[in-house]
Design a protein around this ligand. Sequence first.
Ligand code: ADP
Ligand code: MG
Length: 344
Amino acid sequence: MLEHMLFQALSDGVLIMDRNRIIQEINPAATRMTGWETGHKVPYCLFCQYREVEHDEERCLLMGKNAPSYFESEMPTLYGESIPVSFSTTYLPAEDGTVEHTLLMLRDISQKKQEEEARMAKLLARQTIEAQEAERKRLAQELHDGIGQSLYSISMALGLLRQIVPESGTQLFATASATLADTMREVKQLSVTLRPPALDILGLKAALVSLIRQMEQHFSLKITMRYKLPLGLRMSSSMELHIYRIVQEILSNAAKHAKSPVLFLSLRPLSNRFGLRLTIRDKGKGFDPIHVYRHSTGLGLKHLAERTKLLQGSMHISSAPGRGTVLRFVIPFTSTEETDNEKN
Ligand SMILES: Nc1ncnc2c1ncn2[C@@H]1O[C@H](COP(=O)(O)OP(=O)(O)O)[C@@H](O)[C@H]1O
Ligand SMILES: [Mg+2]
């Protein structure tokens, strides 16, 4: 009696089937999951439907000689769909010891599957960003050690040649030297953009100050930064790099799209000190975030969202045409340490 009540009340699906997979008894949870009832034949799961079998082998894995006691597959339901389920079996022997019935437990693992997919998507986003950073670092090194060094040699050679250039070539020589100097500056600038050296050595604040100085010079901007994080606070290197990249993207968006020369940036601790708040504001032309989210092919804002997710933080954009733009981020300190640990 108690067994029967338990059988009825279990939230896992349980059924008893005979050697021909005809259901002898089934509990309500299993019926809810699959639509099957007593007298129905349990169909092959997706795995068994398509697996290769010997001519005398039983197609249903659960009925075979070496049946696994647990496995996961997809099961067709009476409603014509397939659901991801885990199976576990127990044999119920007859009095003479032969197997007469099999007790099958079914568990719906859709949620587990979804969680797994979400975890994989997060992992993939992290790996993509990490691979991108590694590639940027490599490119920065190549630029500096390869092209940068070659340009330097050329400039040394030009310096020596200067003495022997005839009068008629002086103008041409000067132009070539000026172009070379510009190119060297650009290469240096590019390698700094690819890999901010100040970040590794001096930390986030110094790297941001130097980024701001460059942006101000290049785009004639006026950027005010309020950096209120405690002096000496060093976050994990991945957290610092993510924040640096976030600021870099937003400043370059403001320079490219906002058409406003004034920008305001602030970094301060949360009142509970468990994280930080980053706010970047421009008074430029603004945009419709929903429209951009749906239609823009740009990757900048999408990468901001991905980086924020990796930091387990939150991002909020408030903007409208003609009303300027504010991006707000809340980023916890602790979770990023975990993110770093997960990597190790
Ligand atoms: N600060 C801003 N002011 C005005 N428009 C912006 C701003 N930031 C982003 N946008 C708009 O959002 C779009 C998408 O930005 P983003 O994803 O960074 O791509 P991209 O910068 O490559 O165009 C931009 O093309 C622009 O229209
Ligand atoms: Mg952009």
